[in-house]
Design a protein around this ligand. Structure first.
Ligand SMILES: Cc1cc2nc3c(=O)[nH]c(=O)nc-3n(C[C@H](O)[C@H](O)[C@H](O)COP(=O)(O)OP(=O)(O)OC[C@H]3O[C@@H](n4cnc5c(N)ncnc54)[C@H](O)[C@@H]3O)c2cc1C
Length: 446
């Protein structure tokens, strides 16, 4: 949209955000048509999609941190997934495949640096071959582009230091800095006239209680969103995309506590710079269907580095990136949840194994050496970590699909919570944004 058109649209925008003084307490607030809470890649993509579709409405994005996209969207493997793993026909599969296509188009259009360096899912033992072939069938059903099966020689041609008996080759898989992408979505949003407010930790969503005398403002913008410092934003509709806090945000408007978010920390190792030649593209194991996560993998980074990981261990704090980060509330919340107790009981060996390998990295290296035998303990350093928002139901099942929720009463009918946007939501972000925007439009008659 060119600058002249944008300026013109701003001037005709029906409800330009303005600072108002409200009620006897003379509290400042500003009013918008739509408020989006949470500036991770999902909130940013959704806000961007909505404002591009509805340029005459006013939008605000509220984020609790000083900077945008600092949590899951800024702590991940940086892979552009192609959509191989997911059940054919599922929303997750469709959104990932469409999301990857939209993402590559977006990178090209906006000049976002990326590399389509490909991915091998490698079977290192004969017994993994049937599962590898089943993955190939899944990928084909999901319309993943350019998939093929390669033998040991094909593996070496693509990854000279990798060993395996057979692999699934996905040259369409790539890498990108997802935080950079999220920040580009934010720029698009702001250029289209949206307002971004950081350090705004939403703690209450309710109906407006006191409108300025003689003003119809509280009728027009009936929802009040407050932060912990007592700031207030009034709006007509709210969309929340709270990542690791999506369940708690949902409870504010009366939703059930389930599905519950349980934080799983993933620690990475990094290859020392003189060893990065060992890996060209992404190298993944064949996932074991008995375990909930994909398994540790080798992932090249946009800066030329290579990360190995992540493992998956229960985190004692949501948004806690160090092993000793601890929150009494988060810890008690997780441990008292029956869903987590059941998941832990079902995966005791796996869970302890992940914890053990997190502490003793020699054990992790042993697993990685199955894929790259030349790798040695001395070649790696401890690296960063990410925390995944894993939604769990009360029976301990990982919630694998999207969950939308509203709430109760007058507030509930004007709020849409994205309670679960399952991984790989960065890859799928532009497709997820289309789906969220459709949902917002149909729920709120926009
Ligand atoms: C270790 C790891 C590796 C991954 N690897 C990949 C990958 O390679 N490729 C891929 O596509 N995906 C990957 N993912 C998944 C992907 O990163 C996430 O699915 C995606 O970033 C989720 O985005 P989000 O916006 O939902 O959450 P987040 O990025 O966590 O954003 C939520 C935002 O809400 C804000 N918020 C929360 N509560 C409030 C409040 N009360 N008030 C205001 N703001 C609030 C938070 O501060 C945060 O900024 C990975 C995830 C992890 C953890």
């Amino acid at each position: 949209m060119n600058r002249v058109l944008r300026t013109a649209l701003k001037s005709v925008r029906s409800d330009k955000p303005k600072l108002m003084r409200g009620g006897s307490a003379r509290r400042h607030h500003s009013s918008y048509d739509v408020a989006v809470v949470g500036a991770g890649i999902v909130g940013l993509a959704a806000a961007r999609e909505l404002i591009l579709r509805h340029p005459l409405l006013s939008f605000v994005l509220l984020e609790k941190e000083k900077e945008l996209a600092t949590h899951q969207s800024g702590h991940n493997s940086g892979v552009v997934h192609s959509g191989i793993y997911y059940t054919p026909g599922s929303l997750k599969a469709r959104l990932c495949v469409r999301g990857a296509t939209l993402a590559y188009e977006y990178f090209e259009k906006k000049g976002v640096p990326y590399k389509r360096c490909g991915k091998l899912i490698v079977a290192v033992e004969q017994e993994e071959i049937p599962r590898l072939k089943a993955l190939y069938d899944r990928g084909m059903k999901n319309n993943v582009r350019d998939l093929s099966i390669v033998d040991a020689k094909g593996i070496r041609e693509r990854e000279p230091y990798c060993r395996g008996v057979m692999a699934l080759d996905s040259p369409y898989t790539g890498i990108v800095d997802w935080r950079m992408v999220a920040l580009r979505y934010a720029s698009d949003f702001e250029e289209a006239g949206g307002t971004v407010r950081t350090e705004y930790k939403v703690s209450d969503i309710s109906t407006v209680k006191e409108s300025p005398a003689g003003s119809t403002e509280g009728i027009k913008y009936p929802i009040s969103i407050r932060d912990e410092k007592g700031n207030e934003v009034w709006c007509r509709y709210v969309l929340t995309c709270g990542g690791l806090y999506s369940d708690r945000l949902s409870q504010i408007s009366g939703c059930s506590p389930e599905p519950r978010i349980v934080p799983f920390r993933g620690d990475y190792l990094v290859l020392k710079p003189d060893k990065c030649y060992l890996v060209r593209g992404n190298i993944y194991p064949v996932p074991n269907p008995r375990f909930p996560f994909l398994g540790v993998h080798f992932t090249p980074r946009m800066d030329g580095g290579v990360w190995l990981g992540p493992n998956a261990v229960l985190a004692f704090k949501r948004e806690g990136y160090k092993a000793y980060d601890f929150s009494a509330q988060d810890f008690a919340d997780a441990l008292s949840f029956r869903g987590l107790q059941k998941l832990v009981l079902r995966n005791l060996t796996y869970g302890f194994g992940e914890m053990y390998r997190g502490v003793f990295i020699g054990a992790q290296i042993k697993i990685l050496q199955k894929y790259v035998p030349e790798l040695a303990l001395n070649d790696v350093l401890r690296g960063p970590a990410g925390v995944r928002a894993q939604a769990l139901d009360r029976d301990g099942n990982l919630v694998d699909d999207f969950v939308f929720d509203g709430g109760v009463g007058a507030v509930g009918s004007r709020v849409l919570h994205v309670r679960n946007a399952p991984s790989p939501a960065a890859t799928s972000s532009l497709a997820i944004a289309e789906m969220i925007a459709d949902e917002v439009e149909s729920r709120f008659n926009l």
